[in-house]
Design a protein around this ligand. Sequence first.
Ligand code: ADP
Ligand code: MG
Length: 311
Amino acid sequence: EAIDVEEIDGVGKVTAQKLREAGFMSARDVAYASIRDLLGVVGSEDRAKQIIQSAQRLIGLKSFVTAFEVYENRRSVKYISTGVKALDELLGGGIETRAITELVGEFGVGKTQLCHQLAVMVQLPEDKGGLRGKALYVDTENTFRPERVVQIAKYRGLDPQEALRNILYARAYNSDHQMIIVDEAKKIIDSEGIRLIVIDSLVAHFRAEYPGRENLAERQQKLNHFIGQLLRIADLYNIAVVFTNQVIAQPDVFFGNPQKPAGGNVVAHGATYRLWLRKSKENTRIAKIFDSPMHPEKEALFRIAEEGLLD
Ligand code: ADP
Ligand code: MG
Protein backbone atom coordinates (compact mmCIF):
# COMPACT_ATOMS: atom_id res chain seq x y z
CA GLU A 1 0.00 0.00 0.00
CA ALA A 2 2.95 2.35 0.54
CA ILE A 3 3.89 4.13 -2.70
CA ASP A 4 7.62 4.05 -3.37
CA VAL A 5 9.49 7.37 -3.42
CA GLU A 6 10.73 6.58 -6.94
CA GLU A 7 7.21 6.98 -8.27
CA ILE A 8 7.20 10.66 -7.36
CA ASP A 9 7.46 12.91 -10.43
CA GLY A 10 10.99 14.25 -10.75
CA VAL A 11 12.56 11.66 -8.46
CA GLY A 12 15.04 9.33 -10.14
CA LYS A 13 17.00 6.36 -8.79
CA VAL A 14 19.72 8.44 -7.17
CA THR A 15 17.39 10.88 -5.41
CA ALA A 16 15.13 8.02 -4.37
CA GLN A 17 18.06 6.32 -2.67
CA LYS A 18 19.05 9.56 -0.93
CA LEU A 19 15.51 10.02 0.30
CA ARG A 20 15.38 6.50 1.72
CA GLU A 21 18.70 6.99 3.46
CA ALA A 22 17.30 10.14 5.06
CA GLY A 23 14.31 8.19 6.37
CA PHE A 24 11.74 9.09 3.70
CA MET A 25 10.60 5.58 2.89
CA SER A 26 7.41 6.29 0.96
CA ALA A 27 5.70 9.02 -1.06
CA ARG A 28 3.60 9.66 2.05
CA ASP A 29 6.69 10.54 4.11
CA VAL A 30 7.78 13.01 1.44
CA ALA A 31 4.31 14.52 1.05
CA TYR A 32 4.24 15.49 4.72
CA ALA A 33 7.84 16.72 4.87
CA SER A 34 8.69 20.38 5.20
CA ILE A 35 10.92 22.07 2.65
CA ARG A 36 13.56 22.34 5.35
CA ASP A 37 13.38 18.58 5.98
CA LEU A 38 14.18 17.87 2.33
CA LEU A 39 16.71 20.62 1.75
CA GLY A 40 19.64 18.52 2.94
CA VAL A 41 18.61 15.67 0.63
CA VAL A 42 17.84 17.41 -2.65
CA GLY A 43 20.02 20.52 -2.48
CA SER A 44 17.80 23.41 -3.51
CA GLU A 45 14.67 24.87 -1.99
CA ASP A 46 12.86 24.97 -5.34
CA ARG A 47 13.52 21.32 -5.98
CA ALA A 48 12.45 20.36 -2.45
CA LYS A 49 9.19 22.25 -2.94
CA GLN A 50 8.56 20.67 -6.34
CA ILE A 51 9.19 17.14 -5.02
CA ILE A 52 6.94 17.65 -2.00
CA GLN A 53 4.12 18.94 -4.21
CA SER A 54 4.51 16.02 -6.62
CA ALA A 55 4.37 13.62 -3.68
CA GLN A 56 1.24 15.36 -2.36
CA ARG A 57 -0.45 14.98 -5.75
CA LEU A 58 0.63 11.35 -5.95
CA ILE A 59 -0.93 10.38 -2.63
CA GLY A 60 -3.99 12.59 -3.19
CA LEU A 61 -3.30 14.96 -0.31
CA LYS A 62 -5.80 17.82 -0.25
CA SER A 63 -5.63 21.18 1.52
CA PHE A 64 -9.24 20.94 2.64
CA VAL A 65 -11.34 18.01 3.71
CA THR A 66 -14.86 17.93 5.10
CA ALA A 67 -15.47 17.45 8.80
CA PHE A 68 -17.08 14.16 7.83
CA GLU A 69 -13.74 12.98 6.45
CA VAL A 70 -12.01 14.09 9.66
CA TYR A 71 -14.61 12.16 11.62
CA GLU A 72 -14.15 9.04 9.48
CA ASN A 73 -10.39 9.42 9.75
CA ARG A 74 -10.51 9.59 13.53
CA ARG A 75 -12.21 6.20 13.57
CA SER A 76 -8.82 4.68 12.78
CA VAL A 77 -7.61 5.97 16.15
CA LYS A 78 -6.86 3.15 18.59
CA TYR A 79 -6.21 3.09 22.31
CA ILE A 80 -3.57 1.43 24.44
CA SER A 81 -4.87 0.61 27.89
CA THR A 82 -2.71 1.95 30.71
CA GLY A 83 -3.64 -1.13 32.73
CA VAL A 84 -5.34 1.18 35.24
CA LYS A 85 -9.13 1.44 34.79
CA ALA A 86 -9.42 4.85 36.40
CA LEU A 87 -6.64 6.19 34.21
CA ASP A 88 -8.15 4.72 31.04
CA GLU A 89 -11.47 6.36 31.90
CA LEU A 90 -9.76 9.66 32.52
CA LEU A 91 -8.08 9.42 29.11
CA GLY A 92 -11.29 8.38 27.35
CA GLY A 93 -10.11 4.84 26.58
CA GLY A 94 -6.36 4.89 27.09
CA ILE A 95 -3.34 6.30 25.30
CA GLU A 96 -4.40 7.39 21.80
CA THR A 97 -2.68 6.61 18.53
CA ARG A 98 -2.13 9.48 16.06
CA ALA A 99 -1.50 11.70 19.08
CA ILE A 100 1.20 12.71 21.52
CA THR A 101 0.58 12.18 25.22
CA GLU A 102 2.76 14.06 27.68
CA LEU A 103 3.42 12.74 31.20
CA VAL A 104 4.52 15.54 33.44
CA GLY A 105 5.34 15.59 37.13
CA GLU A 106 7.96 15.79 39.82
CA PHE A 107 10.86 13.39 40.18
CA GLY A 108 9.72 10.01 41.52
CA VAL A 109 6.07 10.47 40.69
CA GLY A 110 5.94 7.45 38.37
CA LYS A 111 6.42 8.80 34.83
CA THR A 112 9.05 6.19 33.99
CA GLN A 113 6.97 3.45 35.63
CA LEU A 114 4.05 4.32 33.37
CA CYS A 115 6.35 4.26 30.34
CA HIS A 116 7.47 0.73 31.27
CA GLN A 117 3.87 -0.33 31.76
CA LEU A 118 2.78 1.04 28.36
CA ALA A 119 5.69 -0.70 26.62
CA VAL A 120 4.18 -3.94 27.93
CA MET A 121 0.48 -3.08 27.53
CA VAL A 122 0.87 -2.25 23.81
CA GLN A 123 1.88 -5.88 23.23
CA LEU A 124 -1.38 -7.35 24.53
CA PRO A 125 -4.09 -8.42 22.09
CA GLU A 126 -6.79 -5.82 21.35
CA ASP A 127 -9.39 -7.48 23.58
CA LYS A 128 -6.97 -7.13 26.52
CA GLY A 129 -6.29 -3.45 25.86
CA GLY A 130 -3.22 -3.63 23.64
CA LEU A 131 -2.51 -3.34 19.93
CA ARG A 132 -0.46 -6.52 19.54
CA GLY A 133 2.42 -4.23 18.67
CA LYS A 134 5.97 -3.49 19.69
CA ALA A 135 7.28 -0.50 21.58
CA LEU A 136 10.24 1.71 20.77
CA TYR A 137 11.76 3.05 23.98
CA VAL A 138 14.05 6.08 23.79
CA ASP A 139 15.82 6.50 27.12
CA THR A 140 17.65 9.76 27.77
CA GLU A 141 18.17 9.39 31.52
CA ASN A 142 19.31 5.78 31.76
CA THR A 143 16.33 4.81 33.90
CA PHE A 144 14.99 1.96 31.74
CA ARG A 145 14.96 -1.28 33.75
CA PRO A 146 14.24 -4.54 31.87
CA GLU A 147 13.64 -6.20 35.26
CA ARG A 148 10.57 -4.00 35.64
CA VAL A 149 9.35 -5.13 32.22
CA VAL A 150 9.66 -8.75 33.36
CA GLN A 151 7.60 -8.09 36.50
CA ILE A 152 4.88 -6.18 34.64
CA ALA A 153 4.73 -8.68 31.76
CA LYS A 154 4.31 -11.63 34.14
CA TYR A 155 1.43 -9.90 35.88
CA ARG A 156 -0.22 -9.15 32.53
CA GLY A 157 0.08 -12.78 31.41
CA LEU A 158 2.82 -12.30 28.81
CA ASP A 159 5.94 -14.39 28.37
CA PRO A 160 8.60 -12.11 29.93
CA GLN A 161 11.29 -13.00 27.39
CA GLU A 162 8.98 -12.27 24.51
CA ALA A 163 7.89 -9.04 26.13
CA LEU A 164 11.53 -7.96 26.35
CA ARG A 165 12.12 -8.84 22.71
CA ASN A 166 9.15 -6.72 21.68
CA ILE A 167 10.68 -3.58 23.14
CA LEU A 168 13.26 -1.91 20.92
CA TYR A 169 15.51 0.15 23.13
CA ALA A 170 17.69 3.12 22.27
CA ARG A 171 19.78 5.12 24.69
CA ALA A 172 19.97 8.75 23.56
CA TYR A 173 23.19 10.44 24.64
CA ASN A 174 22.36 14.00 23.59
CA SER A 175 19.60 15.97 21.88
CA ASP A 176 21.01 15.49 18.38
CA HIS A 177 21.27 11.77 18.99
CA GLN A 178 17.70 11.77 20.26
CA MET A 179 16.57 13.32 16.98
CA ILE A 180 18.61 10.89 14.89
CA ILE A 181 17.06 7.93 16.71
CA VAL A 182 13.56 9.08 15.84
CA ASP A 183 14.64 9.64 12.23
CA GLU A 184 15.96 6.09 12.13
CA ALA A 185 12.78 4.81 13.77
CA LYS A 186 10.73 5.79 10.72
CA LYS A 187 12.53 3.12 8.73
CA ILE A 188 11.42 0.28 11.01
CA ILE A 189 7.99 1.27 12.35
CA ASP A 190 6.04 -0.62 9.68
CA SER A 191 8.38 -3.57 9.26
CA GLU A 192 8.73 -4.17 13.02
CA GLY A 193 5.10 -3.47 13.83
CA ILE A 194 5.83 -0.69 16.31
CA ARG A 195 2.67 0.90 17.74
CA LEU A 196 4.15 2.97 20.57
CA ILE A 197 7.12 5.31 20.85
CA VAL A 198 8.26 6.35 24.32
CA ILE A 199 10.61 9.30 24.87
CA ASP A 200 11.74 9.39 28.49
CA SER A 201 12.45 12.27 28.82
CA LEU A 202 11.78 14.76 26.07
CA VAL A 203 13.49 17.91 27.28
CA ALA A 204 16.29 16.86 29.66
CA HIS A 205 19.05 16.92 27.03
CA PHE A 206 17.77 20.12 25.44
CA ARG A 207 17.70 21.91 28.78
CA ALA A 208 21.20 20.74 29.69
CA GLU A 209 22.72 21.62 26.31
CA TYR A 210 21.05 25.00 25.81
CA PRO A 211 21.13 26.65 29.23
CA GLY A 212 20.10 30.19 29.98
CA ARG A 213 18.20 32.89 28.15
CA GLU A 214 20.83 33.36 25.50
CA ASN A 215 20.24 29.82 24.18
CA LEU A 216 16.48 29.77 24.66
CA ALA A 217 15.51 30.59 21.08
CA GLU A 218 17.74 27.93 19.57
CA ARG A 219 16.63 25.34 22.10
CA GLN A 220 12.94 26.00 21.51
CA GLN A 221 13.43 25.92 17.76
CA LYS A 222 15.09 22.49 17.93
CA LEU A 223 12.53 21.20 20.37
CA ASN A 224 9.74 22.44 18.11
CA HIS A 225 11.25 20.66 15.14
CA PHE A 226 11.58 17.45 17.15
CA ILE A 227 8.00 17.53 18.45
CA GLY A 228 6.72 18.32 14.96
CA GLN A 229 8.48 15.23 13.71
CA LEU A 230 6.97 13.10 16.49
CA LEU A 231 3.49 14.36 15.69
CA ARG A 232 3.94 13.60 12.01
CA ILE A 233 5.12 10.07 12.78
CA ALA A 234 2.21 9.47 15.17
CA ASP A 235 -0.28 10.58 12.55
CA LEU A 236 1.25 8.94 9.48
CA TYR A 237 1.82 5.55 11.05
CA ASN A 238 -1.21 5.57 13.34
CA ILE A 239 0.94 4.96 16.43
CA ALA A 240 0.95 6.40 19.93
CA VAL A 241 3.75 8.70 21.08
CA VAL A 242 4.33 9.25 24.78
CA PHE A 243 6.93 11.54 26.26
CA THR A 244 7.78 12.50 29.80
CA ASN A 245 8.48 16.03 30.95
CA GLN A 246 9.95 17.64 34.03
CA VAL A 247 8.32 20.34 36.10
CA ILE A 248 10.13 23.55 36.91
CA ALA A 249 9.51 25.90 39.78
CA GLN A 250 7.93 29.28 39.11
CA PRO A 251 9.39 31.33 41.95
CA ASP A 252 7.19 34.33 41.13
CA VAL A 253 3.89 32.49 41.57
CA PHE A 254 2.31 33.01 45.00
CA PHE A 255 -1.22 31.84 44.20
CA GLY A 256 -2.11 28.68 42.31
CA ASN A 257 0.34 26.08 41.06
CA PRO A 258 3.96 27.07 41.72
CA GLN A 259 5.16 24.48 39.21
CA LYS A 260 4.89 24.33 35.46
CA PRO A 261 5.97 21.83 32.79
CA ALA A 262 9.36 22.50 31.19
CA GLY A 263 9.59 23.32 27.51
CA GLY A 264 7.21 26.30 27.45
CA ASN A 265 4.73 26.92 24.66
CA VAL A 266 6.48 24.63 22.22
CA VAL A 267 5.75 21.58 24.37
CA ALA A 268 2.35 22.88 25.45
CA HIS A 269 1.20 23.22 21.85
CA GLY A 270 2.93 20.07 20.66
CA ALA A 271 1.38 17.62 23.11
CA THR A 272 -2.13 16.51 22.18
CA TYR A 273 -2.91 15.29 25.70
CA ARG A 274 -1.13 16.39 28.86
CA LEU A 275 -1.30 14.22 31.95
CA TRP A 276 -0.10 15.75 35.20
CA LEU A 277 0.96 13.25 37.88
CA ARG A 278 1.40 14.08 41.53
CA LYS A 279 2.12 12.21 44.72
CA SER A 280 -0.45 11.28 47.29
CA LYS A 281 -0.12 8.97 50.30
CA GLU A 282 2.76 6.41 50.14
CA ASN A 283 2.64 4.65 46.77
CA THR A 284 -0.60 6.32 45.66
CA ARG A 285 -0.57 8.81 42.81
CA ILE A 286 -3.09 11.23 41.32
CA ALA A 287 -3.34 11.91 37.60
CA LYS A 288 -5.10 14.85 36.01
CA ILE A 289 -5.54 15.86 32.39
CA PHE A 290 -4.93 19.50 31.64
CA ASP A 291 -5.14 21.59 28.44
CA SER A 292 -7.19 18.92 26.62
CA PRO A 293 -9.31 19.67 23.52
CA MET A 294 -11.91 17.12 24.57
CA HIS A 295 -11.47 15.86 28.14
CA PRO A 296 -13.16 17.31 31.21
CA GLU A 297 -10.76 18.28 34.00
CA LYS A 298 -11.10 15.37 36.40
CA GLU A 299 -8.68 13.22 38.37
CA ALA A 300 -7.81 9.53 38.65
CA LEU A 301 -6.08 7.60 41.39
CA PHE A 302 -3.57 4.78 40.91
CA ARG A 303 -0.82 3.10 42.85
CA ILE A 304 2.65 1.82 41.98
CA ALA A 305 3.36 -1.77 42.98
CA GLU A 306 5.67 -4.64 42.18
CA GLU A 307 3.24 -5.64 39.39
CA GLY A 308 3.36 -2.17 37.85
CA LEU A 309 0.66 0.48 37.94
CA LEU A 310 -2.64 -0.67 39.48
CA ASP A 311 -6.05 0.77 40.34
P1 ADP B 1 9.74 9.55 37.58
O1 ADP B 1 10.10 8.92 36.29
O2 ADP B 1 8.45 10.28 37.53
O3 ADP B 1 10.84 10.36 38.18
P2 ADP B 1 9.59 6.82 38.45
O4 ADP B 1 8.71 6.35 37.37
O5 ADP B 1 11.01 6.44 38.40
O6 ADP B 1 9.48 8.39 38.64
O7 ADP B 1 8.90 6.31 39.79
C1 ADP B 1 9.62 6.04 40.91
C2 ADP B 1 8.65 5.47 41.92
O8 ADP B 1 8.20 4.18 41.49
C3 ADP B 1 9.33 5.27 43.24
O9 ADP B 1 8.81 6.22 44.13
C4 ADP B 1 8.92 3.89 43.69
O10 ADP B 1 8.06 4.04 44.78
C5 ADP B 1 8.10 3.31 42.57
N1 ADP B 1 8.64 1.98 42.20
C6 ADP B 1 9.66 1.72 41.39
N2 ADP B 1 9.88 0.40 41.30
C7 ADP B 1 8.96 -0.19 42.09
C8 ADP B 1 8.67 -1.55 42.44
N3 ADP B 1 9.38 -2.57 41.96
N4 ADP B 1 7.65 -1.77 43.27
C9 ADP B 1 6.93 -0.75 43.77
N5 ADP B 1 7.15 0.54 43.48
C10 ADP B 1 8.16 0.82 42.65
MG1 MG C 1 11.85 9.02 35.18
